[in-house]
Design a protein around this ligand. Structure first.
Ligand code: OXD
Ligand code: MN
Length: 602
């Protein structure tokens, strides 16, 4: 591969869209003096600009053109094999004090960190083009919407930002010329894509991000994990709202009753699939629509929680996606899609493990090597991704652009757990629900570098994304509950429980509609449950299991079972986790744990 950051020279009328805001101009000039790029490319987000960047990226082999009949306007990018996932060990929250970052974040002192990063950035863009990408996060007329500027030397980042955010002129206009206006400053440079010089650093008090040494989406699309979650959660606490790692979906009954739910699952645990769920035949007339698949910003209005999706596209895990598992995702990625690290077939199409139909007889794998079904290596990287505009989603919710957001009836926590966690339970109230979220755990996935399949606590699926002290984050949840007169009910689900012989007990995917329906019915107070020590659990007769051929009554009992022995272990694990946080956990949550343990004794 050529150097992915080699400079380009745009013709007149492209790359010259300077904003009229002096604060932005001054900041860009500072970064220019530091990084010394060959030229500066001011993005406007236009079609013409995009076409130009694609053609330059093809010339420089940053992108591979796919068969345009099979995958119109779609391209393949291969990242450096050392750079395929988020790197939590190199991700830092650089608040003035370590206590503000708290026990779950890597902290480094802001002054020293700026110096170190400026050292790495010195001259880093020589021979490269420096792109300035203006963007907004959130629907244009939401009071929560934020403006960001990302400077980057990667064309792949610019092309991805255009899919994932509302990018270009819309942000420039919104910012206007007020030099005191609020906006996020993001600087990204690939440097030499070396893990030894890879740092993703957040300075929440300055509303600033610097990311170096990586080209992987989660580390470099600074709008997403960095701004919408890490800086977002810091701002949310200060301003009294919630920035969460949650999908948002709408569910409508045949009678036209509509609810919205938000669900927090850790990375690569099926948020995109759940957000695009197609109900099984038995649920004819039910409709699920997607507001968002990864991030929810929620504010209180009239005593309720209202959610917006700050993003404009989906950055989803590819392997396992098929017309069987997620037809709506497949339709969304049929065109206009930027693929990263999937396999390339001989006819110029893309392929990955779990795609419909037989594997190709020959392909080029994600590293660029020959691949056949006999190869030991995977053809697509397990964390290979698609970036596709949300407009392509056939079940996009009609209220996705509403600045007021959508009212949330239920919040769902969930993780990948082979045991202990039943298919679904409902927390007793908001405080108990906050406890359930704070002690959530999941088996790790390929979305982050490191071991896969280890159970780790991941409070509210925010462990890698909470931009401040997790104890204060829990407190913020408890305080938010007090301000809600009509709070969402809180649930926990587990689609991944296994039998003693290691097989998944629940079919998942579309059949998760059965659980969703029970959740909605609980919100409407029209279905029963049994009270267990961990919360309200449906009895078998409370779930609509008609035409669910593949689960026997015994398996169903196993799925809904609360095993006291497993829960003793679980509760002592909660205690250990809270202890590991070194005294920051609010008393109310410690009390919740004692109550939980007590309910198993009584
Ligand atoms: C993501 C993640 O990419 O959580 O959404 O890693
Ligand atoms: Mn995510």
């Amino acid at each position: 591969m050529n150097n992915p950051a080699t400079a380009i020279s745009p013709p007149a009328g492209i790359g010259d869209h300077k904003p009229a805001n002096q604060a932005v101009l001054d900041w860009v000039h500072e970064v220019e003096l530091l990084t010394q790029p060959e030229n500066i490319f001011w993005c406007d987000g236009s079609e013409r600009e995009n076409d130009f960047l694609i053609s330059e990226s093809l010339k420089q082999e940053v992108l591979i053109k796919l068969n345009q009949k099979k995958a119109p306007r779609s391209y393949l990018h291969r990242s450096n094999p050392n750079d395929v996932a988020r790197v939590e060990q190199f991700t830092f929250i650089c608040t003035p004090t370590k206590a503000e970052a708290g026990p779950t974040n890597n902290w480094s002192e802001p002054g020293e960190t700026y110096s170190k990063l400026h050292g790495l950035l010195k001259g880093a863009m020589r021979g490269r083009t420096m792109f300035v990408v203006p963007y907004i996060m959130g629907p244009p007329d939401s009071p929560l919407t934020k403006i960001g500027f990302e400077i980057t030397d990667s064309k792949y980042v610019v092309l991805s930002m255009r899919i994932m955010t509302r990018m270009g002129e819309i942000a420039v206009k919104r910012l206007g010329s007020d030099p005191k206006a609020e906006w996020n400053r993001g600087v990204h440079s690939l440097l030499d894509v070396n893990p030894e010089r890879r740092f993703i650093c957040h300075f929440p008090q300055d509303n600033a991000i610097i990311s170096v040494g990586s080209g992987y989406g989660g580390n470099v699309l600074l709008s997403k994990k960095c701004l919408a979650l890490r800086i977002g959660s810091y701002l949310a606490r200060k301003q009294g709202w919630l920035a969460e790692h949650m999908l948002i979906l709408g569910v409508e009954s045949p009678e036209g009753e509509k609810h919205y739910v938000a669900a927090a699952f850790p990375s690569a645990c099926g948020k995109t699939n759940f957000a695009m769920l197609i109900p099984p035949k038995h649920f004819a007339g039910w409709k699920v629509t997607t507001v968002g698949d990864d991030i929810a910003w929620m504010q209180i209005r009239d005593g309720r929680l209202w959610a917006v999706n700050p993003e404009n596209g989906y950055f989803g895990v590819v392997p396992g996606t098929s017309y069987k598992s997620n037809p709506n995702a497949m339709k969304s990625i049929e065109r206009d899609t930027l693929y990263t690290n999937v396999a390339l077939t001989d006819d110029g199409d893309v392929w990955w493990e779990g795609k419909d139909g037989p594997p190709p007889k020959h392909a080029i794998d994600w590293r660029g090597n020959d691949w056949t079904p006999d190869s030991k290596e995977k053809a697509a990287h397990p964390n290979s991704r698609f970036a596709t505009p949300m407009r392509n989603n056939p079940v996009l919710d009609p209220h996705v652009e509403d600045g007021d957001g959508v009212p949330i009836s239920a919040i769902i926590f969930g993780g990948r757990r082979s045991d202990t966690m039943p298919l679904v339970f409902q927390a007793f109230d908001w405080e108990h629900g906050t406890y359930v979220g704070s002690t959530m755990a999941s088996e790790t996935t390929a979305a982050a570098a490191g071991a896969v399949g280890k159970v780790r606590r991941d409070p509210m699926a925010m462990l890698p994304f909470c931009g401040y002290n997790i104890g204060d984050y829990f407190r913020h949840w408890l305080e938010t509950g007090k301000r809600l007169t009509n709070p969402p009910l809180i649930f926990h689900v587990n689609w991944f429980r296994k039998s003693a012989d290691g097989k998944f007990l629940w079919p998942g995917f579309g059949d998760n509609m059965r659980v969703l329906k029970w959740i909605i019915d609980r919100c409407e107070g029209r279905v029963a449950a049994t009270e267990s020590p961990i919360g309200h659990i449906p009895r078998m007769q409370d779930l609509d299991l008609d035409e669910l051929g593949c689960v026997t009554p015994n398996q169903m009992r196993e799925l809904l079972n609360v095993n006291a022995e497993e829960w003793q272990r679980e509760i002592s694990d909660h205690a250990k986790f809270f202890e590991s946080l070194g005294g920051v956990v609010p008393d109310q949550l410690e009390k919740q744990r004692k109550n939980l343990a007590g309910r198993f004794k009584s």
